[in-house]
Design a protein around this ligand. Structure first.
Ligand SMILES: *[C@@H]1O[C@H](CO)[C@@H](O)[C@H](O)[C@H]1NC(C)=O
Length: 251
């Protein structure tokens, strides 16, 4: 794990960047982020990842396997260009520069039509004897937002409570329906009832969530899936933050 951390670089110059944020849940903390990446940045990540894609694997009982019934996608470790380092730094800044938390090397994911990832946790080796843990996750959408480009491929959290939309607040609360699938919408998942909250892939936007409570226990609500892509191709960027108290980069 420690070999795959990306340490901040002193002297890195990044352009100013503004995001819009909306809290979906406070416990666990789940925040929806608009414009986490600009359209140019999203395209650029896809471009530099393209030569590096290989089939995604999963770990079951400690062994690495390719099993398309569980996870059918390709992954690419993204080369650390200046832009990528600035995105790592943006992810640290968003979290308030936590001292003992480090960004893992970034990965891009590509799902073709029929691609998916069944419900899972990002916990990694939670419950193991390690002092480190994958504290938080960002799911950043590198494309999506138009039906010609991509259908399906939402990120579903079956155990998260959807925002309440009743008579008193429905007009405002329905603004969530831009980002999540709402009842009564004709969507991808329409053929199948999906519980909880499903985020639509929208280019440049991101979902941030906490995987662990401060006592180290995992949040069951962080259980999530990449729903099947029904048309087109989906590209995503994973940003995982690894908390390892006492660890310091080698200088
Ligand atoms: C996996 O995804 C590819 C497209 O990327 C699709 O052609 C194939 O049918 C899928 N396989 C399974 C087993 O779902």
């Amino acid at each position: 794990k420690l070999e795959s951390l990306a340490y901040p670089e002193s002297g890195l110059q990044c352009d100013d960047h503004q995001v819009n944020t909306h809290i979906l849940s406070k416990d666990p903390l789940v925040i929806y982020i608009e414009h986490f990446l600009s359209p140019f940045e999203a395209d650029e990540i896809i471009r530099i990842s393209a030569p590096h894609f290989t089939p995604s694997t999963t770990f079951t009982g400690g062994t690495e396997k390719f099993d398309p019934s569980v996870r059918n996608s390709s992954k690419a470790q993204i080369p650390r260009t200046n832009l990528v380092k600035c995105i790592e730094s943006r992810a640290r800044e968003f979290q308030g520069w936590p001292r003992d938390t480090f960004i893992e090397r970034l990965w891009a994911q590509r799902y073709g039509t029929g691609g998916h990832y069944v419900h899972h946790y990002d916990w990694g080796h939670a419950g193991g004897r390690h002092s480190g843990r994958r504290d938080s996750s960002f799911m950043v959408y590198l494309n999506g937002g138009s039906e010609e480009e991509l259908q399906g491929g939402g990120t579903n959290f079956p155990r998260l409570e959807p925002p309440k939309m009743d008579d008193a607040n429905s007009v405002e609360a329905r603004r969530w329906c831009k980002f999540i699938e709402c009842e009564g919408e004709k969507t991808v998942a329409a053929s199948k009832v999906v519980d909880g909250v499903t985020f639509k892939p929208i280019k440049g936007n991101a979902v941030f969530w906490q995987n662990f409570r401060s006592d180290g226990s995992g949040y069951e609500e962080s259980f999530h899936a990449g729903l099947p892509v029904t048309a087109g191709e989906k590209y995503g960027l994973n940003i995982w933050s690894y908390r390892h108290p006492g660890h310091r980069p080698k200088v």
